[in-house]
Design a protein. Structure first.
Length: 378
């Protein structure tokens, strides 16, 4: 039995159709204004995102990769400085470190959360360590309080890669709650269309509580200008265009609803797979919420490819995030890096499999996915 509505990894078309009138009106307002670069829509979105994140400064930029680069430039990291980061992440995190002639120091991740292992960081710190880039992977947070305490003790900057976890709440030991991306010195995020808060093209942002860092990042993102045609520092051209800002401003109103829909879908998956011993469902850390950018299961490595093929034959897409860890990518064969023991990273790369997860995923589609996976393992 095939589904009437094809199953997508991410169904952006159906999501757009639900808010079409609001999106179309927002785009039309920008087109009528003629203010396509640094227009009022960009300022309005930045202000609304500041309110949502409860952070002093949001600096929009062109994409999430640029956000990481701008953050490292603002911290004035120098060639040869070491930056600790997981190898189990999208390549952008490590790529930017290498691009700026810094040295990536790859450390292992927690086998349950798939996020950076704080104890592994402790062992990797050297006198050359200048920054740590924790990646809030698949929709939940790195355990930030012990990480921040460790970084502060060694006077190391923390740049949060929050591309996959916007809206995730970290529960502090004192009972308070903070959004991921707002706890380190700088937070970076991506609004790539498939993200939980996605634009209709490339887009990104940085956030910080630090006034001086905010001023630096605004300048760097705009050719290093303090005012037009006065360039005080080396910068780049990384601006969020007004149309994307207008789209994001509309979708920001729905972000908490989108998160709730993903969580509901994750709960259905959890229940559906509870009696399949070959599947390990996503772990949910007690110190944070999970916003399920991905729903990633673990399956036996000798069965993963066959399961993928079986599901594809039944119209069910899947993805492997990530089949090749950063430290094993060809780009690093000629670049200097340090890789500490990465046994968990290697182990996960052989077992992870991400299933369809998005705001429009309905119960009928999920029941079909769950049924087919049961049939494969029966």
């Amino acid at each position: 039995m095939a589904m009437q509505t094809p199953i997508q990894m991410v169904d952006l078309k159906r999501q757009y159709q639900k808010i079409k009138s609001e999106i179309d009106e927002a785009i039309s307002e920008v087109l009528e204004s003629g203010m396509f670069i640094q227009g009022p829509a960009v300022k309005k979105f930045a202000e609304h995102l500041q309110e949502y994140l409860e952070v002093k400064h949001v600096i929009p930029c062109a994409n999430g990769t640029d956000a990481l680069q701008i953050a490292m430039m603002a911290l004035e990291l120098q060639p040869g400085d070491e930056v600790i980061t997981p190898s189990f992440t999208y390549i952008a995190t490590a790529e930017v470190i290498a691009l700026l002639r810094l040295k990536p120091v790859f450390v292992d991740v927690d086998p349950h959360t798939f996020c950076l292992d704080v104890e592994a960081i402790r062992e990797a710190i050297t006198p050359r360590t200048r920054a740590i880039v924790p990646v809030h992977l698949f929709g939940q947070s790195v355990d930030m309080e012990p990480l921040l305490a460790l970084a502060e003790a060694h006077q190391i900057a923390v740049i949060e890669d929050n591309a996959q976890a916007i809206g995730c709440n970290y529960r502090c030991a004192d009972g308070s709650s903070k959004k991921t991306g707002t706890m380190g010195h700088i937070g970076c995020t991506s609004f790539f269309p498939s993200k939980n808060l996605g634009a209709y093209g490339d887009a990104g942002a940085l956030c910080t509580q630090d006034d001086a860092l905010a001023d630096k990042m605004r300048m760097i993102a705009n050719h290093g200008q303090s005012q037009r045609y006065y360039h005080d520092r080396i910068g780049c051209n990384s601006r969020l265009d007004s149309i994307q800002a207008a789209i994001l401003d509309v979708k920001l109103r729905y972000l908490d609803q989108y998160i709730a829909a993903r969580q509901q879908a994750a709960n259905r998956y959890d229940t559906g797979f509870a009696d399949i011993p070959e599947i390990t469902i996503p772990y949910r850390a007690t110190y944070c919420t999970h916003v399920f950018h991905q729903y990633t299961i673990l399956v036996p490595p000798h069965q993963r490819e066959a399961l993928q093929q079986y599901l594809a034959q039944h119209g069910i897409p899947t993805m492997i995030y990530y089949p090749v860890p950063c430290h094993r990518q060809k780009m690093f064969t000629s670049l200097p890096y340090v890789a500490h023991s990465l046994k968990t990273t290697e182990w996960l790369s052989e077992r992870v499999l991400s299933l369809p997860m998005h705001t429009e995923l309905d119960e009928e589609q999920q029941n079909f996915i769950i049924e087919q996976i049961h049939r494969f393992f029966d």
